[in-house]
Design a protein. Structure first.
Lengths: 307, 394
C-alpha cells in the first residue's frame, strides 16, 4: 500500500460487508502487565522515527545540527527553541508550496477518473452478460500483480510521440490505467455480492441497466468506492516512480515526492529543510488515512493492496 | 398483434422523437468533445488562450486585453487548470456515459442495444487497460528481444553481469528479510494487541507508516541513521545509542552489507502495519469455542497461539506474505532516494530505472522488467485459477 504501498492481492478473503472488527477483545488470554509493556515498547519504537522528524522540523537549524532531537524532551516548554521558519523556507524558496499544488492537481483527477470508469466496468462485469466477458475479466485479474516496470519503456515512448510526457493529462491517464485493474476487481467483488433479488425486481419494474447502476449499484457500493478512493489517493500522492518518468521535476509540474527527492539530492545536509519538507509531504496522506481509516482497513481486508 | 401488445405489457416509448434526436446529437457532440478537451489540456498555455477567447466571446474586451498583456500568474493558471481538469476529466467520464446512453436509446436499433450497452460500460476502462497495461506488456517483451544488443546480450547482462549479481543478492535479502520481518513482527503484534485494552489506538501507531510515502520514509530514516564523525555530537538516534554505548559511530548508509539491512528495516517499518491489520482480523475470526476447548485441554497462551491459532490462519499468513513479497520485489523508491544504488545497495527495480532513464538502454531495461515479471507469474496464475474456482459468475 504504500504504500503506497501497494502489491495486490491474492483473490479476496470475503466481502467488505461481512467484516466485523471486534476490538478490545481478550480472547487470546488474560491481560498481563508484560504484554502491555511489550505493546507500549513496540508502539514507541514504531513512532520514534516520525516523532524525531516532527520535533526536528520545528527546531532552529543550528540546534538540529548541534544536538539530538531527543534532548528537547528534557525542556519541552522553552518556547525560544521552537520555530516555524523551516516550514516557511521549504514552502517558499524551496518550492514545496508549488509542488503541493501540483500534487493536488495530479492526485484528485487521478483518483476520481479511475473510480468512475471502474464503477461502470465493474457493474457490467457483475450484472450484464456479453461476449468476451470472462476473458476480459481474466485479463484484468491477471494484470493485478504485473510490475509497473513492465510498462515504463513503451509508455514513455508513446508519451513522447503524443506530446504527453511532462503533462498532467498524461499522468492522470497513466495513473488511471495502472489503477483500473484493482478498481475493477475490488468493485466487481462488491457489486456482484449485492442482493440479486434487488436487481431482479428493479428490472421487472422496468428499470434499465442505466437506472439500476445509478440508483442501486452505485449508492450501495459506497464502502468499496471509498476504500478504493483512499488506496488510489495514497498511492498517487505517495508515488515517485510514475511522477519521475512521466511528469518530470520541472517546477511547473513536479509533485511533492519528486521535490522532496530533489531536496535530498541538493540539500542533503540541510536537515531543517528536509524534516519540514518530509512532514509537509506526509501531512495530507496521513490526515486522509486517519480520518478514513475505517474504509481503508475494510478495503485492505477485502484483499486490496496495490503495487 | 394483440398478443404481442399484451405480452409486451408496458406501453412503449415513442422513438426518434425530436427531444430524443436532440439528446442523441448532444450525446455525440460530448463524445467528440471529451477527447478534444483532453488534447487541449495537454498544453498549459492552452488554458490561458481559451480563457482569453472566452472573455472575447463574452464581450469583456478589457479583461481579455489585460490577460493577453500580462498573462496569468502561475498560481492562478495552475488553479484554473486544476478546476478545468476535474470538470473535464470527471465530468467528461460521466457525460460520456449519459450521452452514450442517449445515443443508444434514440439512434441504435433495439436489437443491438444490449450488447452495445455492455460495451459502453466496459469500453473506456478496457481501452485504457489495453493502452496502459496490455500494449506495454507486449511491447516491453519485444523491446527486450530486439533492442540494444538483442535478446542474448540483454538477458546475458540481466542475468550474469556483476552489477546484476549484486542486485539479485540484495533482492533475495530484501525479499526474505523484508517479507519475513514484516509478517513475523505483524503476527506477534497482532497476537499481543488482542490482549490489551486500547487495541485500536495501539494498532494505529503500527499502521500509520502505511500512509507515508517511500520518499518520506527515506528522509525519516536518513535522519535516524545520520552519521557524524566520532567526537561530534550525533544527531541520528541510532549512532547516538551506538556512541553512548562506547563504540565508534557507524556510517550505516555507506557501509556495504550493513546498508542493505538498514534499508530493509525501512521497508519492514512500512509494511508491518499491513500484515498486522490483516492478521489481527484473521485471529479474531478464529472461533471462541476452539480456543476455549484448547484452554480446557490445558494449553497455555503461547501454545494456544502457535498450535491452534496459527494453523487456522495459515492461509491468511500466506496471502499477506505474498502481497508484501510482491511489494518488495518492486522496491525502487527507497534505494533510489537513500543511495541511488551506490555502496552495493543496487536492486533490480532501481537498476531498471537507471538503465531506462539515465543510460537510455531501453533493451536492457526491458529485459530487467521481464525478469521482475517472471517472478510474479506464479502469483498471476494463482489469482486467475482462484477466480475460476470461486467468485466469478460465468
Amino acid at each position: 500500500m504504500t504504500t503506497t504501498t501497494p502489491p495486490p492481492p491474492l483473490a479476496a478473503p470475503g466481502p467488505l460487508t461481512r467484516l466485523r472488527l471486534r476490538t478490545g477483545g481478550t480472547r487470546l488470554g488474560a491481560r498481563s502487565p508484560l504484554v502491555r509493556v511489550l505493546v507500549v515498547v513496540i508502539c514507541a519504537l514504531w513512532s520514534m522515527p516520525t516523532v524525531g522528524l516532527l520535533i526536528s522540523s520545528f527546531r532552529h537549524p543550528a540546534d538540529i545540527s548541534s544536538s539530538g532531537w531527543w534532548t528537547v524532551l528534557a525542556h519541552p516548554f522553552e518556547t525560544a527553541q521552537w520555530t516555524v521558519a523551516n516550514y516557511a523556507a521549504v514552502l517558499g524558496s524551496q518550492g514545496m508550496a508549488n509542488a503541493f499544488l501540483n500534487s493536488l492537481i495530479v492526485t484528485i483527477p487521478a483518483t476520481l477518473i479511475p473510480i468512475s470508469l471502474a464503477a461502470f466496468a465493474a457493474y457490467a462485469f457483475a450484472w450484464m452478460r456479453f461476449r468476451g466477458r470472462t476473458m476480459l475479466f481474466v485479463v484484468v485479474v491477471g494484470l493485478l500483480v504485473v510490475p509497473l516496470q513492465m510498462t515504463l519503456v513503451p509508455l514513455l515512448r508513446l508519451f513522447l510521440q503524443f506530446d504527453l510526457a511532462g503533462t498532467f493529462v498524461g499522468t492522470w491517464l497513466a495513473h488511471t490505467g495502472f489503477g483500473l485493474p484493482l478498481a475493477i476487481y475490488l468493485l466487481y467483488n462488491y457489486m456482484a455480492d449485492l442482493p440479486r433479488e434487488l436487481f431482479e425486481s428493479a428490472f421487472v419494474d422496468g428499470a434499465s441497466h442505466h437506472t439500476a447502476f445509478l440508483r442501486l449499484a452505485l449508492p450501495l457500493s459506497f464502502p468499496a468506492l471509498a476504500a478504493f478512493a483512499i488506496f488510489q489517493f495514497l498511492w498517487v500522492w505517495n508515488d515517485l516512480l510514475v511522477a519521475l518518468v512521466f511528469l518530470g521535476t520541472r517546477s511547473e509540474v513536479g509533485v511533492v515526492t519528486a521535490q522532496l527527492n530533489e531536496l535530498v539530492g541538493t540539500r542533503g545536509d540541510s536537515w531543517h529543510l528536509l524534516t519540514a519538507g518530509a512532514f509537509l509531504t506526509m501531512a495530507v496522506p496521513v490526515a486522509v488515512f486517519l480520518l478514513l481509516q475505517r474504509y481503508f482497513v475494510r478495503g485492505l481486508l477485502a484483499g486490496a493492496v496495490k503495487g | 398483434m394483440v398478443a404481442t401488445a399484451v405480452q409486451g405489457g408496458r406501453p412503449r416509448r415513442p422513438r426518434r422523437s425530436w427531444p430524443g434526436a436532440l439528446a442523441a446529437l448532444v450525446g455525440l457532440a460530448v463524445l467528440v468533445l471529451v477527447p478534444v478537451a483532453f488534447a487541449w489540456l495537454r498544453d498549459p498555455g492552452g488554458i490561458e488562450a481559451a480563457l482569453v477567447g472566452g472573455l472575447d466571446l463574452l464581450g469583456a474586451d478589457a479583461a481579455a486585453e489585460a490577460l493577453r498583456d500580462r498573462g496569468m500568474t502561475p498560481l492562478s493558471a495552475k488553479a484554473f487548470t486544476a478546476v478545468v481538469a476535474i470538470l473535464v476529466g470527471v465530468g467528461g467520464v460521466w457525460a460520456y456515459f449519459l450521452a452514450g446512453d442517449a445515443v443508444l436509446e434514440h439512434v441504435v436499433p433495439s436489437r443491438l442495444r444490449a450488447p452495445l450497452r455492455a460495451w459502453l460500460f466496459v469500453g473506456p476502462a478496457i481501452a485504457l487497460v489495453g493502452v496502459f497495461l496490455v500494449f506495454p506488456f507486449v511491447a516491453t517483451i519485444w523491446t527486450s528481444i530486439v533492442e540494444d544488443g538483442g535478446f542474448v546480450d540483454n538477458y546475458r547482462f540481466a542475468l550474469t553481469d556483476r552489477a546484476m549479481l549484486i542486485a539479485f543478492r540484495n533482492n533475495v535479502l530484501w525479499l526474505v528479510l523484508g517479507t519475513g520481518g514484516s509478517v513475523l513482527i505483524g503476527l506477534v503484534f497482532a497476537g499481543l494487541v488482542d490482549r490489551v485494552k486500547r487495541e485500536a489506538l495501539a494498532k494505529t501507531f503500527i499502521f500509520l507508516p502505511l500512509a507515508i510515502s517511500f520518499v518520506g520514509a527515506s528522509v525519516i530514516w536518513r535522519f535516524v541513521y545520520a552519521w557524524r564523525p566520532a567526537g561530534e555530537p550525533q544527531i541520528g538516534i541510532v549512532n547516538a545509542i551506538v556512541t553512548g554505548l562506547g563504540s565508534e559511530p557507524v556510517p550505516w548508509i555507506q557501509t556495504p552489507w550493513l546498508n542493505t539491512f538498514a534499508l530493509i528495516a525501512i521497508m519492514v517499518w512500512l509494511q508491518t502495519g499491513f500484515a498486522m491489520v490483516i492478521l489481527s482480523a484473521a485471529i479474531k475470526g478464529v472461533p471462541s469455542e476452539v480456543m476455549e476447548a484448547a484452554r480446557i485441554d490445558g494449553a497455555n497462551e503461547r501454545q494456544l497461539f502457535v498450535r491452534v491459532v496459527l494453523p487456522m490462519i495459515r492461509g491468511t499468513v500466506l496471502t499477506v506474505a505474498t502481497t508484501i513479497f510482491i511489494a518488495i520485489l518492486k522496491v525502487f523508491d527507497i534505494v533510489y532516494v537513500m543511495t541511488g544504488g551506490k555502496f552495493e545497495t543496487e536492486v533490480v527495480a532501481n537498476r531498471m530505472f537507471s538503465e531506462m532513464f539515465r543510460f537510455r538502454n531501453f533493451g536492457r531495461a526491458s529485459a530487467l522488467a521481464v525478469v521482475l515479471l517472471v517472478v510474479v507469474v506464479p502469483v498471476m496464475v494463482l489469482n486467475i485459477r482462484r477466480l475460476r474456482t470461486q467468485g466469478f459468475r460465468a
